[in-house]
Each structure stands twice: as C-alpha cells, then as structure tokens.
Design a protein around this ligand. Structure first.
Ligand code: DC
Length: 250
C-alpha cells in the first residue's frame, strides 16, 4: 500500500456490518475507530431517561446541545453494574456494546444506549436538524486527529466529505434481519425474524427519507455488498478498496 488513507468513512444501513468491519480494520491498521451512531443513541437515551417526549424537537435538540458525550474504547468493566442489570440481566453484553464505553456528563450509559427502547426512537431523534448540527460539529473535531475510521449514515456525504476513502456497506434486508435477530437473542431478548425485518425496514425508511443528511452513498463512495460474504472476506474486500483509494491519493 502506497500510503494509508488518513480518514476512512464507512456508511451504510442498520446491521450492514459496519461495526465489525471498522473494528477489524482499525485493529489491523492501528487506527482509531469511532461509531457516530452511539452519539445519536446517547441523545435518545438521555431524552428517554429525562422523560422528555421524543416528539418534542426543541427539548431533544436542547439536550443534544448541552450534554457532554464521550465515546472511548471499552475497558474491562465498561458499564456500571446497575446499568448492566437494567438492560441485559444475566447475559453477556453483545459485541457492539463492548466495543466502546459511552458516557453522558460523566455517567456510564454504555449498555442503556443499546436497549430496544433506544433502537425504536433513535431514527426520529437523528432526523432533527439541531441534533445533527450538534453531533456533526463534534464528529468533525474528533476526525481532525486523522488515522480514523468513522462509521455512520452521513460520514462520506456530510461529516467528512473530504475523507480519503469512503465505503458504502450494504447487505440484503433478509441478511440484516438475521444478524439483528442473532444479536438480540444473544442479549436474552425473544424476537422473531418478522419483527426484525419490520424494524429494519422502518429504520431504513426513516434514515433514507429524512430531509437532513439522509442515508445515501456519497458520489465517490465505493460500494461493498456483504450479503454473501464472511467477515474475513468483507475485511479482505475492504482492504482492497483502501489500496485502491491509496493509489488514487498517491
Ligand atoms: O448505527 P446505529 O444503528 O447505532 O445508528 C443509530 C441511529 O442513528 C440510526 O437510526 C441512524 C442514526 N445515525 C445517523 O443518522 N447518522 C449517523 N452518522 C449515525 C447514525
């Protein structure tokens, strides 16, 4: 590889495998991986915790503008005991919640941000203009350090339009519903494939149709469909894409 791209944007719909791919690539390249979805989840969780109506755009925006969100690589005891008990009783947390420690105003909310109630409300919160403005500003600051892989829905289009490499990761609805079901079952929740398919279709519809920063590939993004690929195969393809970007920037 000539020179590694300094900023790598990975966008794609829910359960397309962005987290696993980004984590593997970051470990391989020695890069910092930042999952922007956790910030929208943290705002949603805070609104729910404060009993603020998710429909109250001004109140939710004010939360986004005033709370301090920190997303750090997970430590062994990420998530305080109480939050762990509240959202995942007697089960080991799923991979996604173990990757990062998320704090809001110093409180550890790593497990709460993954609870189903947050899943159901986060698309509505992330459609608010003021919420996105606040989160985008923070994400750009975080990316300034370089050597970063940032995942989300609008990284290549809005947050980092100048990212040196942009990957748009997709998988079929069927495959994504199965992955989401496996996550939920591992967390001790009983769900059906039908429910997961409905939830994913609903999230896709909200994420893609909102007026501010909708989910869509950047014009210069390279598409990667991993419906029929293993994780290792997806990583190999992504490394090929990084090589391709590196040559374009050389
Ligand atoms: O990737 P995720 O499922 O944790 O994302 C949670 C929600 O946040 C999802 O419905 C879309 C939204 N999101 C967004 O609008 N923009 C981002 N950059 C990241 C996530």
């Amino acid at each position: 590889m000539t020179r590694l791209p300094r900023t790598i944007a990975i966008d794609g719909p829910a359960a397309s495998g962005k987290s696993v791919l980004a984590e593997r690539l970051a470990a391989r390249l020695g890069y910092f991986y930042f999952d922007t979805g956790l910030m929208y989840r943290a705002v949603t969780n805070e609104a729910l915790t404060r009993n603020v109506s998710i429909q109250d755009e001004n109140a939710v925006t004010q939360i986004a503008e005033t709370i301090e969100i920190n997303v750090l690589p997970a430590t062994e005891n990420a998530g305080d005991a109480a939050s762990r008990m509240a959202s995942v009783p007697s089960r080991v947390p799923d991979d996604a919640s173990r990757q990062f420690t998320v704090t809001v105003d110093g409180r550890d909310v790593s497990y709460q941000v993954r609870r189903p109630e947050v899943d159901r409300n986060v698309s509505a919160v992330s459609a608010y203009f003021g919420v996105r403005r606040a989160m985008t500003a923070q994400q750009r600051r975080i990316a300034e350090r370089g050597c970063i892989i940032m995942t989300g829905r609008d990284i290549g289009t809005v947050v980092l339009p100048d990212a040196e490499c942009k990957i748009f990761l997709t998988a079929s609805v069927e495959v994504r519903a199965r992955r989401r079901m496996a996550d939920r079952l591992a967390r001790g929740q009983s769900v059906t494939l039908e429910q997961m398919r409905d939830e994913i279709l609903k999230r896709d519809a909200i994420d893609s149709s909102r007026s501010v920063a909708p989910l869509r590939p950047a014009a210069d993004a390279i598409h990667l469909d991993n419906s029929a690929l293993t994780i290792d195969e997806t990583v190999t393809r992504a490394l090929d894409i990084l090589n391709q970007c590196a040559q374009e920037w050389a």
